[in-house]
Design a protein around this ligand. Sequence first.
Ligand code: FES
Length: 81
Amino acid sequence: MEPKIVKKGPYMMEMQPGTYHWCSCGHSAKDPFCDGAHEKLGTDMKPVEVSISYPKTVAWCGCKHSGKPPYCDGAHNKLKP
Ligand code: FES
């Protein structure tokens, strides 16, 4: 099963320190973060846990095809329409 392309570009977000779970399946209603939707899909796709230790801007991948999840690596530019 391929992840669903939610957005062909990153979510640029100002993040505060904490632990976050990036959605890898593309079916979360709280994208870019996991809401547990993968559990109903019958997929082995799981969220990616990230710990952020200081305030910073993060480019969360919205296309779910990044080679460096959960971060945007530009892969969205190579997706077919
Ligand atoms: S949004 Fe840029 S690689 Fe996914």
